[in-house]
Design a binder for this molecule. Structure first.
Ligand code: GAL
Length: 347
């Protein structure tokens, strides 16, 4: 019996030598803690705060799963690129293993990539996409996000489907959809692509549209409320459709209608993107007609899985699905009253 036990221990020790990094490598002493610096462009952005919460939650799940320690250091750039540069300098000075960046100004990515390369620390951009040339500067640069054009297309399809199903959006019956566009930050890839593609889907299907007004509300509910308040004052009922580049701005438009004590059935047809919890409530009460899931959870999981693979020098393709070398794309999903239950369950 004693001989058997000794032999079993010897085999276990040998296996440990051969496969020291089994299960994402948690067992090796010098890599049991991963330190990840996460630089947010603005913590109080509703969608970004969902990504950030999910990063913390999933890191804890991953720690339990792998028996390792994942230390997340989350900083808030508060909309300032110079503040974010300093935060990233600090992350690199402290020797963190991976840097995740939600870059304030997309044109500043090259500088950050060069800093990371000098320090030999992999850098994962998310949500705010650097231009392709910057992404190609170094092999250890990654991007995790969703394709903005796709969400615009889905928004357009929500409107088309509603028309096909008999919803009267063209309230004055002139054969033209009079709309206003609430845009995200100027220069943000999602703002540009959603604005363009939502309308393109309508016109490509033969729907006549007329843009009454459009302006940036920088993703923000309060700014969208102000814009919509002015538009309603100037154009009132002639606004038949509100296309908002995200849910917070769609909710701002709804706030402006509510301020005027408009009945739900008198509000224009309003659509957003993100599928945030307050937007799902607005969908249920009928003020928001549709949204598109921007997968905060999927993006956060991809970032942690990728970080883990990079830190343990494991094959990245086993952890995440890479496209064009360095991109990880999470699909968008249409959310309307028809399928809202699927998303409420996930809450
Ligand atoms: C978009 C999202 C917006 C806002 C923005 C910040 O993808 O739809 O709500 O969070 O990112 O970069």
């Amino acid at each position: 019996m004693k001989k058997f036990v000794l032999r079993a221990v010897a085999i276990l020790l040998l296996l440990n030598l051969i496969f020291p990094l089994a299960a994402c490598g948690g067992a090796e002493d010098d890599v049991t803690t991963i330190r990840i610096g996460v630089a947010l462009y603005k913590q109080d952005d509703t969608f970004i705060s969902l990504v950030s919460q999910e990063l913390e939650k999933y890191a804890m799940e991953k720690e339990a799963e792998l028996g390792i320690k994942i230390n997340l250091y989350i900083s808030d750039g508060n909309g300032s690129q110079s503040a974010q540069n300093e935060q990233i300098d600090r992350f690199l000075d402290r020797g963190y293993d991976i840097i995740c960046v939600n870059v304030v100004d997309r044109t500043a990515a090259a500088v950050l990539i060069d800093k990371a390369q000098n320090a030999e620390v992999p850098i994962i951009f998310f949500n705010r996409e650097p231009v392709y040339e910057d992404m190609m500067r170094w092999h250890n640069v990654y991007y995790v996000g969703s394709d903005g054009a796709g969400s615009g297309v889905l928004q357009g399809q929500i409107i088309l489907n509603a028309i096909e199903n008999g919803t009267v959006i063209d309230r004055n019956g002139d054969g033209v959809l009079q709309y206003v566009m609430l845009e995200g930050e100027p220069g943000h890839q999602d703002a540009l692509l959603r604005t363009e593609n939502s309308v393109r889907v309508l016109t490509a299907s033969g729907i006549a549209v007329e843009k009454l007004a459009g302006d940036s509300a920088n993703w923000q509910r309060g700014q969208a409320l102000e814009k919509m308040r002015t538009w309603l004052r100037d154009m009132g009922e002639s606004i038949e459709l509100v296309i908002a580049n995200n849910d917070d701005m769609a909710l701002g438009a709804i706030d402006a209608c509510t301020e005027l004590e408009m009945a739900v059935e008198d509000m224009p047809f309003i659509v957003g993107v993100d599928a945030t919890p307050p937007a799902l409530i607005a969908l249920q009460d009928g003020t928001l007609k549709g949204t598109v899931l921007n997968d905060a959870e999927g993006q956060a999981h991809a970032m942690i899985n990728l970080s883990c693979a990079l830190a343990f020098d494991e094959p990245i393709s086993a952890a995440v699905e890479l496209v064009d070398g360095n991109y990880i794309w999470l699909p968008y999903v249409t959310v309307t009253l028809d399928n809202i239950e699927d998303f409420l369950e996930e809450e």
